[in-house]
Design a protein around this ligand. Structure first.
Ligand SMILES: Nc1nc2c(ncn2[C@@H]2O[C@H](COP(=O)(O)OP(=O)(O)OP(=O)(O)O)[C@@H](O)[C@H]2O)c(=O)[nH]1
Length: 346
């Protein structure tokens, strides 16, 4: 299954700059990059050959094409061309969105298409956040908040030109919105894309590393426990629910499906590691709004903690409502742990 990664970020946040770095990195030469408009990317000097209309082979070995009609069609097209040898085969797809795009519908577009699902799976959502203007952009526009909340990796760009205070302020805002997502800084050049696409949330071989990473971040978030307030982030909450008893997987599945059906647009992100009755090893769940990735079994627990832990980032849906309805399905949460400092209101 080929991962489809999404690069998002507000206008001018450094998406194209990042794309150029990816196209230069030899380890990523087996990528297919899909951009909205060619001109924007300024790839001309990299182009060597137009294979078919709209699809170009770059001298890095990458394949680049534009979204002309829709994303599903573009992905199906790339797959068909690779299958008949018209373009080289590729190991990953990277989709650059426009700056004001909401990445969640893009993810559901990919996840919903049966033909695409035969060959592709969702990879990482990467959000670029401007290290200079990021805080002001978050105050002025609603899009970046959501881009950050749904991201699997966050890149704070322009670290070379941002002053230390502005950079720290942006990072604090990002951490308040999405405390469990690994974050790195970039200076526009020499950035190693491995951080963004090396491990991904859907990669069966690397899933244990990915889970350990966000569990460590969740513990740290609980220990730091800071809060952030602003008009635009009001209503966005992130919290971790813990359950001591083994969970009935079927009951949980029914609950999660019903929750996402009723309130999907308010659940920006849900991730969890579950101790289920049906298995001695944990099950990992991942959701972005209405889309739930297929649950994954880990071969072993990543640490000594055997409690089920479920992380939510919600907007306009209160933690107490989720807690009440989930507890009705799977029993009471761990006393004292669920309402601890890991509960933060952004
Ligand atoms: N110094 C510095 N400049 C950067 C960095 N990242 C991006 N830039 C500059 O910021 C400007 C915007 O960067 P782009 O990569 O075009 O941003 P974008 O997100 O693709 O922009 P849109 O296509 O408008 O959404 C360009 O002038 C880049 O050269 C960085 O890390 N450091």
């Amino acid at each position: 299954m080929i991962p489809v990664n999404v690069v998002t970020g507000f206008l001018g946040s450094g998406k194209t700059t990042l794309l150029r770095e990816i196209l230069r990195a030899p380890a990523f030469s087996d990528s297919a990059v899909i951009v909205n408009e060619f001109g924007e990317v300024g790839l001309d000097h990299l182009l060597i050959e137009e294979v078919e209309e709209g699809v170009l082979l770059l001298d890095s070995g990458c394949i680049c094409c534009t979204v002309r009609s829709d994303l599903q069609e573009t992905i199906r097209d790339l797959q068909a061309k690779a299958a008949r040898g018209a373009i080289p085969s590729f190991a990953r797809v990277i989709v650059e969105t426009t700056g004001v795009a909401d990445p969640a519908p893009i993810v559901s577009t990919i996840a919903a298409e049966p033909v695409i699902r035969q060959h592709f799976r969702i990879g990482n959502i990467v959000a670029c956040v401007d290290g200079v203007n990021g805080a002001a952009t978050l105050d002025a526009h609603p899009e970046p908040e959501k881009q950050i909340a749904v991201a699997d990796r966050i890149l704070v760009t322009k670290a070379d030109i941002a002053d230390a205070g502005a950079l720290a302020a942006v990072e604090a805002r990002v951490a308040a919105l999405n405390p469990l997502t690994p974050m790195a800084r970039s200076t526009g050049a020499g950035f190693d894309p491995e951080f963004l696409f090396g491990d991904d949330v859907g990669d069966a071989a690397r899933r244990a590393a990915e889970v350990s990473r966000w569990l460590a971040l969740s513990e740290q978030a609980g220990a730091d426990g800071h809060a952030h307030h602003s008009d635009h982030t009001a209503g966005t909450q992130s919290f971790v629910l813990r359950y001591p008893d083994r969970i009935d997987w079927t009951a949980f599945g029914v609950w999660l499906t019903a929750l996402l059906h009723a309130h999907g647009e308010k659940i920006l992100r849900v991730k969890g590691i579950l101790n289920v009755r049906e298995s001695d090893t944990p099950v990992v769940i991942h959701g972005v709004q209405h889309v739930v990735h297929p649950p994954m079994h880990l071969n072993a627990w990543p640490d000594d903690d055997r409690e089920s832990r479920i992380v939510f980032i919600t907007r306009g849906l209160d933690k107490s409502r989720i807690l009440r309805s989930l507890s009705a399905f799977i029993g009471e949460p761990t006393p004292g742990r669920t309402a601890d400092a890991a509960d933060r209101v952004s």
